[in-house]
Write a protein that binds this ligand. Structure first.
Ligand code: ADP
Ligand code: MG
Length: 698
């Protein structure tokens, strides 16, 4: 047996109770899991600070000294423990809010302590909350100077599992490896190619490095390992999908498509729209299941592409579904598409959580017996009660969270997996897209419909408010409609931000002759809808809202977008919001209103927004400025494995390499049978099994 598979309860000092806790809280079951828990930081124990040199903002400090006074204050949950600590150069106040009684017992006056903690400035005094204290005589330096620290959960801490205990346990685990053979899951030629540490060395350097460089080398190896297995799994899955499970074939361009194209198309397609339709059609004829991402800036006309592709599926005898992220969007798609397809005699239905009772029954029945050709809706579409008769195509609009995992739910709705088209206005870097969407192909609509005037974007400050209102009045008098977006729904005294409710009152007062509407996420969907409909019909002139109108809403007569506290929004979000205007023939405007005094970063972001309307350029700039924050969370949730050290956005260069390597390995050993890779495949299967067991219990 592989020594790493040893159950942790057999490691000295762990036992059945702690092993159950570690399994529950950190998903640690085996020695391997334990040793793969990498430290999140290392502390240089050779460095002792003087209290007189410590200032707020230092990440952590190590101090050496003794306690001169201990006192408790307050009652019940407000009880706290304070200790005054000195090293002769100054005083620090140590504070505990939890476990006061236990902690109090441990503290002794006059003892020589080593202390670790994060300093803060509390009313001019140096204060350290919940420091780690150890008797200086008991601190061992033999583990090397860089002491690893591990993430723990609150529950573990409460049950007495400390970073210190974990450190000792990991060290005991490492000792078990001595003189035992250890097989590395990564093939040797890949270790060599990227100059990575072997497993044994990496484990040692991760948990007891002699320097920061050593720990960095170890981290690099584990990052690569994680990404390599992630890519190996995704590519393997993609291969299985294209070889084993053939896709439906849509050979005909049929009656409805021709009829619609010749007689009902409201405009001629742009060249870019035509090209992506050809690309998609080639997939649909290939006999392999399509898995394609359609990227196109806001307003580039993705809906029309979706509609025509849906007609292709329908003409070949299949049903189609279109899923949108919100109720408003689903309804909007439904209205536009139903109006377009009803004249052809096709049945289009809407399904959201608000479609209830008899109507819901009827829709579910129609989907089940095949009478409904196209079902449009929200996430409600993937619920088990929705059973299609013959689903051939699933189109997913603006859904970045819809990763590999979630798509599996759609597959179960059909004998063979349906073709999948994911549409988005958010440009996603290619490697990331391939990872989140499996082996996906990408099509880009890189052209806007003709006659669009680029939105003119200006940056105003609070001081320009009078000018803003004048401009709004002028546009409103021309018969245009206006959006005003706020970062908050309600006033919040803690934040110096404008809010939609106050804005609504102020604008209603300022424009008494016009109708002002309000929508936000906390309103009942029916009411929200009513207001949106009134705005669409032109009955409301000025719509005050939060970012609920961000994605996909289409009101061509609305030509002005005002964004209050624009400094509070990310570039991608500002771009999305701006995309709500500029949809008609009129010159449109976007006004970014910010505070009067701005940080350099905000000024730069405003300059980018006023300087370009190209979504791809904005996304690039956004990544440069902020790092890819937003994408991260959304992308991560779609992965087949949980990543512990690597980050699919920050480490995307490494991921690119890992992907190429994984593809190469898969190419050389498609049957997964070469002895040279036996250990690697076994490792992957172990990970998969673990994930399955794990998702079954959690
Ligand atoms: P998005 O790609 O952001 O989803 P939509 O599909 O909502 O964009 O299209 C935006 C607007 O452009 C809609 O009003 C649509 O009817 C219109 N449109 C789409 N394609 C064309 C075209 N080729 N010519 C003119 N208008 C178009
Ligand atoms: Mg859209």
């Amino acid at each position: 047996m592989d020594i790493l598979d040893t159950d942790i309860k057999y490691i000295k000092g762990v036992g059945p109770v702690r092993s159950a806790l570690l399994a529950e809280e950190l998903h640690v079951f085996s020695l391997r899991d334990l040793l793969y828990l990498l430290p999140y930081k290392y502390i240089d124990r050779s460095m002792v600070h003087k209290i007189s040199d410590v200032y707020e903002g230092m990440p952590y400090v190590q101090l050496r000294g003794h306690i001169v006074n201990v006192l408790t204050e307050g009652e019940g949950w407000k009880r706290r423990l304070t200790a005054i600590f000195t090293d002769g150069t100054g005083y620090a106040e140590l504070v505990w809010f939890n476990g006061v009684a236990q902690q109090q017992k441990k503290l002794a006056l006059g003892v020589d302590y080593l202390l670790l903690g994060k300093p803060t400035d509390f009313g001019g005094r140096l204060s350290i909350a919940h420091p780690e204290l150890e008797k200086a005589s008991e601190v061992t330096v033999e583990q090397g100077r860089f002491e690893p620290h591990y993430h723990l959960t609150e529950k573990l801490k409460k049950r007495g599992i400390s970073s210190h205990w974990l450190r000792d346990t990991v060290q005991r685990g490492l000792q078990l490896l001595q003189d035992r053979p250890l097989s590395d899951p990564l093939p040797p030629h890949l270790l060599q190619r990227h100059a990575l540490l072997g497993l044994r060395e990496a484990l040692h350097k991760a948990h007891s490095p002699a320097s920061a460089d050593e720990s960095a080398l170890a981290t690099a190896r584990f990052k690569y390992e994680e990404l390599f297995f992630l890519q190996l799994d995704i590519l393997r899955y993609a291969r299985a999908r294209t070889t084993a499970s053939a896709g439906y074939v849509f050979p005909h361009v049929g009656r409805h498509f021709h009829l619609y194209y010749k007689e009902h198309l409201p405009f001629s397609l742009t060249e870019a729209q035509k090209r992506v339709i050809r690309e998609i059609r080639a997939d649909l004829c290939s006999g392999r299941q399509m898995n394609r991402l359609l990227q196109g800036d806001v307003g580039s006309g993705k809906t029309m592409v979706a509609l025509l592709i849906a007609l292709l599926a329908i003409d070949n005898g299949y049903q189609c579904c279109l899923m949108a992220p919100t109720e408003i969007l689903a309804r909007q798609h439904f209205e536009v598409i139903q109006a377009s397809l009803a004249p052809l005699g096709l049945q289009v239905a809407l399904l959201t959580s608000n479609v209830r009772g008899v109507e819901r029954e009827r829709t579910l029945l129609g989907v089940g017996d095949g009478r409904i050709h196209l079902l449009i809706g929200t996430h409600a579409l993937i619920e088990p009660e929705v059973v299609f008769c013959r689903l051939g195509l699933a189109i997913i609009d603006e859904q970045h969270r819809f990763g590999v995992k979630q798509r599996a739910a759609l597959w179960q709705k059909s004998v063979k997996p349906p073709h999948v088209l994911v549409m988005t206005a958010t440009p996603i870097p290619r490697t990331l897209a391939m990872t989140v969407y499996g082996d996906l192909d990408v099509s880009v609509i890189d052209q806007l419909p003709p006659g669009r005037k680029p939105v003119c974007t200006v940056h105003y400050r609070q001081a320009d408010r009078a000018r803003l209102y004048e401009g709004l009045r002028y546009q409103l008098q021309l018969g245009r409609q206006v959006y005003v977006v706020y970062p908050l729904i309600k006033e919040n005294p803690k934040q110096q931000l404008r809010d939609a409710e106050t804005g609504f009152r102020q604008l209603s007062d300022h424009f008494p002759d016009l109708r002002v509407g309000l929508v936000h996420g906390q309103m009942k969907p029916a009411l929200k809808d009513e207001v949106m409909q009134a705005f669409k019909k032109g009955e409301i002139h000025l719509l005050v809202s939060t970012t609920v109108i961000e994605v996909g809403v289409n009101v061509p007569n609305a030509s002005v977008m005002v964004i209050e506290n624009a400094e509070r929004f990310g570039l991608a979000q500002l771009h999305q919001l701006r995309g709500r205007v500029g949809r008609g023939a009129d010159q449109s405007y976007c006004v970014l209103v910010t505070a009067d005094n701005l940080s350099a970063d905000t000024q730069k972001r405003m300059a980018i927004m006023t300087g370009t309307t190209d979504g791809f350029e904005i996304a690039e700039e956004d990544m440069k400025l902020r790092g890819p924050g937003d994408l991260e969370g959304t992308a991560q949730s779609g992965l087949p494995f949980e990543l512990r050290v690597a980050n699919i956005v920050k480490d995307r260069d490494l991921m690119e390499q890992a992907r190429n390597d994984a593809a190469e390995v898969l190419e050389t050993d498609p049957a997964e049978s070469l002895p040279a890779y036996a250990h690697m495949w076994a490792h992957l299967r172990k990970m998969k099994r673990f994930m399955q067991d794990f998702s079954a219990i959690s």
